[in-house]
Design a protein around this ligand. Structure first.
Ligand code: PEP
Ligand code: MN
Length: 255
């Protein structure tokens, strides 16, 4: 079941969204799609907000053709990050869900533009934003509201350096208790390493999250961004099978 058809209208569904950090080639994303099972909402970044300007910036406009071609071959929804309103015209034909990244939570002009477009938005928390600032920023997308904004907890910056960020699981519980937004967890950016992903997925389901956004690459060692935190499709399939077993305990159904 696809997120835009079903997930946004029901409370018991648990969405698994996965794919590479960045789109690198048709072959790379094609392999991910072939090797992963049951992932109907595929992520891959076209425009990357890298901390170091010399790092790989994404394929940008060149990625649009690749996604259109892959979409003709397999049925999936595509989610990608938009970093500037000027990209919207170019990418809108291939995008089903827009991702707003942590570094753009406060980009209110971008949020206003997405509100105007009307497609669902996966809205990441800025790494130093309070929950209240995050929820307030949703107010810039009033027409999307709780029905079309999917909040994404991706870890916050704390004094703890042993992992990339610290997953604020409290925020997931707090938001589910106080609002009607869907909340998904991104364990990949929250911890930054492949060895903790499975546990964070379990914890997120137990906390009442509505889904997960997981980075997965067919060949993580060769990835052009975030290579330490991308799991293989085989690893992803294992986590998915375990989540399918856990889901009934939490009144959830994996989509
Ligand atoms: C991403 O999802 O690839 C990403 C850059 O995440 P974030 O905005 O949470 O850092
Ligand atoms: Mn990434």
């Amino acid at each position: 079941m696809l997120i835009t058809d079903d997930f946004l209208k029901h409370n018991s569904q648990f969405a698994l969204i996965a794919g590479p950090c960045s789109l690198e080639s048709e072959e790379q994303l094609g392999q991910f799609i072939d090797q992963s099972s049951g992932i109907e909402t595929v992520r891959a970044g076209l425009f990357k907000m890298r901390t170091n300007p010399k790092s790989f910036q994404g394929l940008g406009a060149d990625g649009v053709q690749i996604i259109s071609k892959l979409k003709e071959q397999s049925n999936f929804e595509f989610i990608t990050e938009v970093t500037d309103p000027r990209q919207l015209e170019l990418i809108d034909p291939i995008v089903d869900i827009y991702q707003v990244g942590s570094r753009n939570m406060y980009n209110y002009e971008l949020l206003r533009e997405l509100n105007r477009l009307g497609k669902p938005v996966l809205f990441k928390r800025a790494f130093s934003a309070t929950v209240s600032e995050w929820i307030n920023a949703c107010g810039y997308m009033p027409d999307l509201g709780e029905e079309k904004i999917i909040l994404c907890e991706r870890g916050i910056r704390t004094f703890e350096p042993s992992t990339r960020n610290t997953l604020d699981i409290n925020s997931v519980i707090y938001i589910k208790q106080n609002y009607n937004f869907k909340v998904v967890v991104d364990p990949s950016h929250a911890c930054g390493n492949v060895d903790m992903i499975k546990q964070l997925c379990f914890v997120s389901m137990a906390a009442g999250a509505d889904g997960l956004l997981i980075e997965s690459h067919p060949n993580p060692a060769e990835a052009l961004s975030d290579k330490d935190q991308q799991i293989t499709p085989t690893h992803l399939n294992q986590i998915r099978s375990e989540l399918i077993k856990l889901a009934p305990f939490f009144d959830k159904q994996i989509i």
